[in-house]
Design a protein around this ligand. Sequence first.
Ligand code: C2E
Ligand code: MG
Ligand code: MG
Ligand code: MG
Length: 279
Amino acid sequence: RSKMKGGNSSSFYDPALQTLLENQTELETDIVRAIACDEFCAYFQPQLSIDGSIIGAEALIRWNHPTKGLISPNSFIPIAEQFGLIQKLQNIVLRDICILLETLRADDVLKNQFNVSINISQCQFNSSTLKGELFKAIETYDVLPSQIKLEITESMLAGDLMSTVKQMKELKSQGFVFSIDDFGTGYSCLKHLSVLPIDELKIDKSFIDKVLDNASGQSIVQSIIGLGHSLDINIVAEGVESAEQLHILKSMGVNAVQGFLFAKPLTHSNYLKWHKEHQ
Ligand code: C2E
Ligand code: MG
Ligand code: MG
Ligand code: MG
C-alpha cells in the first residue's frame, strides 16, 4: 500500500505511475513495429585527429518515425534496453557500420587507420550474444575487427569486473578496439584502467563545455589527458563546438576530436560526401 505524496489518503493507484507505464508500453509496441518497418538506421559523426585527418566515425542510431520525425536515441534506448529490444537495434547499427566500411573500400577512400565506433549498452555487454553478433557481422560483410570500435562506459567496469575483463580481452585479442565513452561522468575505477585493454578515452562533453571557463575546468581535462597518456591510451574530446575549444585542447595534448565544429551526425550518403571532401 503506497501513500500518495502530500496527502493523507492511501491508494493502490498512482495516476502518474500509471501514465508512465502506459507510455512505456506504447513506446515498446511502437519500437517493435518500427523495427519491422525498417525505421531505424545509423548516422555517422566524423572523428578527426588533432591535426585534422579523418581517423574514424561514431555510429549513432536514429529513428525515422513516420509521424514524429527523427527521434533522439536518449528517448528510446532506455526503453529498448528495458524491454529486451536493444540487441535488435544494435544489429541494425552493426549492419549499417559494415555497409559504410564496404562502401568506403569500394570507393577506394578507406584508410588503414579508420574505424567506426558503436555504442554498447551495459545489458548487451553482459550478454553472451555480443561476441557472436560481432563475428556474424564481420563475416557477412567482410570487414576487419580492427575497423570496429566498441564504446563502453565506466559504469560497466563497476560491475562484475572478472567477466568484463574476460570479455574485453577476448574481443581485443580478436582485433576489436575499445573506447571508454563519457569518461569522467561515471564511477572512475582508475585502478581498473590499467588492467583493461583500452585504446581510447572519450572525455565527456560536459568537461569540454567548461574547458574555456576557468582554471578548474581546464585542470580536470588536463588530468584526464595525463592519466590516459600515462597508460598509453588515446584521448578523444567529444562535443567540440568552437575553434577556441579546439585550440586549447590541442595545446593540452588531446589526440582526437569529434563535435559539431567539424560535422553533426550524418546519414550514410552525407557521410560519404563529407569523407570524400575532407580526406
Ligand atoms: P554518446 O555516445 O556520448 O554520443 C554523443 C552524443 O553527442 C550524440 O548524441 C551526438 O549527436 C552528440 N554530439 C556530438 N557532438 C556534439 C556537439 O558538438 N554538440 C552537441 N550539443 N552534441 C554533440 P545522440 O546521437 O543523440 O546520442 C545520445 C546518446 O545515445 C549517445 O551518447 C549514446 O549514449 C546513445 N546512443 C546513440 N546511439 C546508440 C546506439 O546505437 N546504441 C546504444 N546502446 N546507445 C546509443
Ligand atoms: Mg558514444
Ligand atoms: Mg560520448
Ligand atoms: Mg554522451
